[in-house]
Design a protein around this ligand. Structure first.
Ligand code: FAD
Length: 450
């Protein structure tokens, strides 16, 4: 190994942390240590989707070929139908919109996705399992950052990347740090308060139920023409509830996610565990599914022991960095899953930050400035993406423009649904009409020599 200019510690080996380590692999003058709290990589959840914007990043990282082997879609940049929207909370449902995108939403089994990232970790990066970060401290004048783990051990680094998800320990410390700085320099108390992190995690008022269904179990209904395997992800839309169904594991399994949105509970405290396995019968208490279209009822019949998630979000952090610590992925901007962009945004952060750290102008002396550039570009972008995902969750549960979808007459409902479909597509198209490279180029131009 040659001369090392920066020692990076990544806290958290989820999608963001692993993607960041893969992205840093191209810079041999940066050493990488990953500290992961679990004793082995054990991704939660079922399916994830990746839009062309993030797919292009995976390709830039050299992961495209191996990822293409495990996706259920076909990577292409041609126009494809990426979603179909159905009004389903009535006995005969109907399709009210089809979304076409330049390149598909590529869907993956989360464990397989993470496995490919692990396979691409550079041999020089070291993974430390069963290392749950408790806190860190950093001296102001370029001294190493000191990491303290729950097991009482320590480590040091030059740059700490907090990729430790929505309940981020790095974020807690980072905002304590920021609050102290605010106090030291005499900022007003209300400004200090906005820096306390606990105010930034809140319940989205939404619960998700997720399950994977082996396709072979569906055979009988499919053979009888009662169920059609979704080649295109389908959104079944109803008041307060929507469900999405799409293939994963190269078509061997179907990912089903059902969302129950209670707008009046948004921002309220959530009592109980954020995620747990539940009995499938719980699903049938959410809505009067017996009055929904039969296709939905058939899908629900196949759900066994779904995982229930209370969707929490991290919104409007006033900064993603303090000193030489920085946040990426869900730790920085966990968003609701309604545009399928959380993992994609984590991958983008991972790449963006690696390019700034890897640039020859970034050294131990200038790294804080590089982190500020990362914050300047990525924070507004990801926060805007979170707002769009949140709005999409409202649209998909028929909270749109104050319109009463339950009592309005059928013709007015159809007209409003078409309008809604246009709005959703318009607010979604950034996922395939924009690229990370443009803003990265602008960010790199703002790096300065020491
Ligand atoms: P995480 O995946 O949470 O990883 C954090 C890692 O840090 C974990 O390995 C954890 O063990 C570790 N860790 C935690 N605390 C510590 C600590 N103190 N010390 C050390 N390690 C620690 N995104 C999409 O793009 N498409 C989708 O279709 C999609 N669907 C979703 C559906 C649901 C119901 C939910 C909840 C999310 C969905 N997402 C989706 C979002 C996506 O899952 C996340 O945005 C993504 O996993 C974020 O990755 P991350 O690495 O930042 O965080």
């Amino acid at each position: 190994m040659g001369v090392i200019k920066l020692r990076v510690a990544i806290c958290g080996g989820g999608i963001a942390g692993l993607a960041h380590a893969c992205a840093l692999a191209r810079y041999p003058d940066i050493s990488v240590n990953i500290y992961e709290s679990t004793d082995k990589f054990s991704p939660f959840g079922a399916g994830i989707g990746v839009w062309p914007r993030a797919w292009n990043v995976l390709c830039a990282l050299g992961l495209g070929e191996d990822m293409a082997k495990i996706t259920s879609g076909s990577p292409t940049s041609s126009p494809v139908q990426s979603f179909s929207f159905r009004k389903s909370d009535q006995p005969s449902g109907f399709t009210f919109g089809n979304m076409f995108s330049r390149g598909p939403l590529l869907t993956f089994h989360r464990a397989q996705f993470q496995e490919v990232l692990v396979q691409h970790l550079p041999p020089s990066s070291r993974i430390h399992h069963s290392k749950r970060l408790k806190s860190y401290s950093q001296g102001r004048l370029g001294c190493p950052i000191r990491l303290l783990f729950e097991d009482g051990t320590y480590a040091t680094c030059d740059v700490l990347v907090g990729a430790d998800g929505i309940k981020s320990a790095v974020r807690n410390c980072l905002f304590q740090d920021q609050t102290e700085i605010a106090r030291e320099i005499g900022r007003p108390a209300d400004e200090q308060k906005t820096l306390t992190c606990k105010d930034h995690v809140s319940w989205a008022g939404s619960i998700a139920y997720r399950a994977l269904i082996p396709v072979e179990r569906l055979k009988e209904d499919c053979d009888q023409g009662l169920l059609v395997l979704p080649m295109t992800p389908t959104m079944y839309v109803g008041t307060d509830v929507h469900m999405v169904v799409y293939p994963v594991s190269k078509g061997k399994e179907v990912n089903l996610a059902l969302f129950h949105f209670r707008p009046e509970l948004q921002g309220m405290p959530f009592h109980g565990p954020w995620s747990k396995g539940v009995d499938e019968s719980e699903l049938f208490d959410i809505a009067r599914f017996e009055s929904w279209e039969p296709e939905v009822q058939r899908w629900l019949k196949y759900v066994r022991r779904p995982t229930k998630w209370a969707i929490h979000t991290v919104v409007d952090l006033p900064t993603f960095t303090s000193g030489r610590a920085v946040l990426i992925g869900d730790a920085a901007h966990s968003c609701s899953p309604h545009q399928g962009t959380g993992a994609g945004q984590a991958i983008e952060d991972a790449y963006f930050l690696a390019e700034l750290l890897g640039d020859p102008r970034t050294t131990l002396n200038t790294v804080q400035q590089a982190l500020k550039v990362y914050d300047k570009f990525r924070r507004p972008w990801t926060q805007d993406a979170s707002a769009k995902a949140m709005a999409n969750g409202r649209y998909l549960t028929l909270h749109y423009d104050g319109f009463d979808f339950v009592h309005a007459d059928a013709a007015a409902v159809v007209q409003k649904l078409h309008e809604l479909s246009d709005v959703m597509i318009d607010e979604w198209k950034w996922c395939w009409t924009t690229t990370v490279e443009d803003s990265l180029k602008a960010a790199l131009s703002q790096l300065q020599y020491a």
